[in-house]
Ligand binder design. Sequence first.
Ligand code: SF4
Ligand code: FE
Length: 511
Amino acid sequence: MSTIEGTDLRKITDGRQYIDSLRGRKLKVFLFGEMVEEPVDHPMIRPSINALAATYDLAVEQPELASVVSPFTGERISRFLHVCTSADDLVMQNKMQRKLGQKTGTCFQRCVGMDAFNALYSVTFEMDEQYASAYHRRFKDFLTLMHRGNFVVGGAMTDVKGDRGLPPHLQQDPDLFVRVVERTAAGVYISGAKAHQTGCINSHYMVVMPTMRLGNRDKDYAIVGAVPVDAPGITYIYGRQSCDTRSMEGGDIDVGNARYGGQEAMVIFDRVFIPSKYIFMDGEYDFAAMLVERFTTYHRRSYVCKSGVGDVLIGAAAAVAEMNGVTKASHIKDKLIQMTHLNETIYGTGIASSYQGYPTKSGCYLCDEMLSNVCKHHVTKMPYDIGRFAQDLAGGLVATMPSEKDLNHPEIGALLQKYLRGKADFTTEERVRMLRLIENMTLGRNAVGYLTESMHGAGSPQAQRIQIGRMMQLEYKKRLARILAGIETENENGTVIEELTGYFARVFKLV
Ligand code: SF4
Ligand code: FE
C-alpha cells in the first residue's frame, strides 16, 4: 500500500507544507550504491526539493501568476495542475516558468506533469469519441484528486529504448519499453524502466506514458496510467550531476547555488500495479503518437524556463564584469547585449507558440507546434552561446579558483583574500561567490539543466528538425514564389491556396 494513498488528502498550500509532505514515505531510492534513508534530508537531494518548493511559494507570493481557481474543486491550486482553456492560460504558464527560472537558476521540475495533464485531457477525450471508452471521465476524476491535494505530478515518458532501430515488440528484452505484463479485473501490472525522469522522487504521483508512435503489435506498450511514487515495485536510482558532491562538503560557496538544484533519476518498475481508475489508455496504440506529439508540443515551449535561468546568468556575467572593473570596455556591453538577444529569442518563440494556441475538441488549448519546436531548437543551442559569453566575461578564474576551505584557512586565507580581490568596491568573497555561480551554471551542477538538459530534454535537436520539416509547407511557399515570378497566377479570389491548413492556417487565424 502506498503511504500517499493511505493518508488524508490535506491540501498543500506552501513550500514548507510541500517539503513536510515528502517526509516519511517509503521510497526505494539508491544513491552512491546505498539506499537513501530520507531523501528530504539528503544534502545532495535537498536543493532539488527546494527548487520544487519554490513553485508553491511563488503561488503564495504572486497568486495571479502561479495559481488558478480549480474548475473541479473551486479552490486555489497551483497553475502547474491547470488544464488550459485559453491561449492566455498557455501564456501565463510561460510567464510563471520564466519567473521560476529567475528565482531558482535551475530546473524546478514541475512542467512535465503540467504538460502531460494538458495533453492527456484532449487525447483521452478523442479516444473516448472513437472507442466509446471512459478514459476522459477517469482522467478528470484523477485531476480532481490531484487538485484537492494540490499535489506534484511527474510525467514519466522516456523509455530506455534498447536498440533504437527496433520497435518495442521486437526488442530482444521486452522490458526495454514499459509494458503491461498482466491484466486483472482490478487493473494492470507494468514492468520496465524510464530514464532521466525529472523530479520523480519529489513528486506525489507519476503519470506513465508511451514514449513514441506504436504499431498494432505494440499494444501492451500502449499504456498510460497514474501511480503514487511510493507504489510497491518502484525503484529509483539517482542520477549524478557534475560537482554534485560539493553540496556535501559543508560550505556554501564552492557549490555556487547552495539552495537550488535539479533532479533526474532512473525509475524501474517491477510489476507495479495500476488500478483501473487510474488507467487512461490501455491498448489504443493508434493514439500513442497523438499523445507524444501533443505532449512535446506543450513541453518544447515550456523550455522558456531557460530564459529565466538565462536572466540569472546574464546578471552574473554583468556583475562579475563590474567586480573585475571592466564595465567601460565596449565589447563587454556588446557581449551582454548579444546574450540578451539570444535569451529573448528563446522567450519570444516560446511565448509566441502559446499566444498562437488553439482549442482542441475537448476545449483544452494546445499551443502552436511549429513555434514550440522552433523554441526548443533554439534552446538546444542558445544557452551554450550564452554560457560561452558568461565564461568569457568571467575570465579564467572561473575554472581555477581555490576552495572555500583555502579561502578561510588561518595561514593562506588572508593571502587569497588579498590576491583574489578585484575592484575595491567589492569583497573578495563577493567576487568568488559570483564566479562560483557562473561555474555552477556553465560547468557544475546546474549546467546539467541549463546546457545538457537543454540539448536533450523534450527531445534532442534532430527530433525538432523532423517536426519543423513536416510542418514547413514548402508547396505553399513554392506557390508564393511561382506567383511572384510570373509562372503561376493567384486564384480568382486572390488567395494562394484555397484550403490553407497547418501552421499558416494558425498564423492567419483560420482555425
Ligand atoms: Fe520545467 Fe524547464 Fe525543468 Fe523542463 S527543464 S521541468 S521545462 S523547469
Ligand atoms: Fe526536461
